[in-house]
Design a protein around this ligand. Structure first.
Ligand SMILES: NC(=O)c1ccc[n+]([C@@H]2O[C@H](COP(=O)([O-])OP(=O)(O)OC[C@H]3O[C@@H](n4cnc5c(N)ncnc54)[C@H](O)[C@@H]3O)[C@@H](O)[C@H]2O)c1
Length: 264
């Protein structure tokens, strides 16, 4: 019996990195998984790999900044799989640059995905989870949602915002007696493709860890994480499986830090 057997989960940003690992481990533990992402080929690949491994999954193309698309995704999930029990609000981007040089356009691009996307997903998942009788909403924040990082003020603002958003909605759900839990997860430096998608301004924020067109998570982690290595996507996904499962039935409004000791 898998740890999330019988549950249906949506994982946003499921085509890559941490979201891909969450989708695969949730499926391995018995959930039916809707992989959602703007990346059509990556999302289809992840859903196919889950099915080939004996799991249940489908891919739905999804821009988390679109409210109308969120309504469709939740409705399609509930009608195709008989309900929605788990939402992993994972899709996110990291745009760096000194505050005084940061453009309003980049600020809005980042907040649209990292905050608006989380708000819209949570808003539309709640009624579906209420109808299903229970729910777990997991919000992918960051170590950068717990403390500041120079050159990453816009990113820190988004990750700090969703940390308190999670707690406030957790309290609403508890008050309403809805059996819907909401928690945030705070990864440290995790080795995913996000580090290859960075702008020159973002690379500059990471100093010596920036090499060529990317930031090297191993170099960054050797300076930041006391355990001396970058985390893997699975290191985060196992925490998400726990929060999604009934093992975490008394866990709500909490923040799960998975960072190799970086904030200890
Ligand atoms: N990698 C790390 O070190 C790290 C650390 C802390 C927090 N995080 C957070 O974890 C989450 C996942 O990051 P990752 O490292 O796996 O990144 P990633 O770049 O590997 O994956 C992010 C995924 O989100 C998708 N995405 C981007 N914009 C989207 C949109 N508008 N709608 C739907 N999908 C969209 C991308 O296509 C991609 O598949 C992010 O929220 C990130 O901020 C990552």
């Amino acid at each position: 019996m898998g740890r999330v057997e019988g549950k249906t989960a949506i994982v946003t940003g499921g085509a890559s990195g941490i979201g891909e690992a969450c989708a695969k481990l949730l499926a391995q533990e018995g959930a039916t998984v809707v992989v959602s992402d703007i990346d059509r080929s990556g999302g289809a690949r992840v859903a196919k790999e889950i099915e080939e491994a004996g799991g249940k999954a489908c891919f739905l193309e999804h821009d988390v900044t679109s409210e109308s698309r969120w309504q469709e995704i939740v409705a399609e999930t509930a009608s195709a799989f008989g309900g929605l029990h788990v939402l992993v609000n994972n899709a996110g981007i990291g745009v760096g640059g000194l505050c005084e040089h940061f453009s309003l356009e980049d600020w809005h691009r980042q907040t649209a995905i990292n905050i608006d996307g989380v708000f819209l997903g949570t808003k539309h998942a709640i009624p579906a989870m209420r109808a299903a009788g229970s729910g777990s909403i997991v919000i992918m924040s960051s170590g950068a949602g717990l403390s500041g990082a120079p050159g990453m003020s816009g990113y820190c603002a988004t990750k700090g915002a969703v940390r308190l958003f999670a707690k406030a909605v957790a309290l609403e759900m508890a008050q309403l007696g809805d059996n819907i839990r909401v928690n945030s997860v705070h990864p440290g430096v995790i080795d995913t493709p996000i580090w290859t998608k960075v702008t020159p301004e973002t690379r500059a924020a990471f100093g010596a860890a920036a090499t060529g067109n990317a930031v090297d998570p191993a170099v960054l982690a050797s300076a930041m994480a006391p355990v001396g290595r970058a985390g893997t996507p699975d290191d985060i996904a196992w925490g998400v499986v726990y929060l999604a499962s009934d093992e975490a039935r008394y866990v709500t409004g909490s923040e799960l830090v998975i960072d190799g000791g970086a904030t200890a």
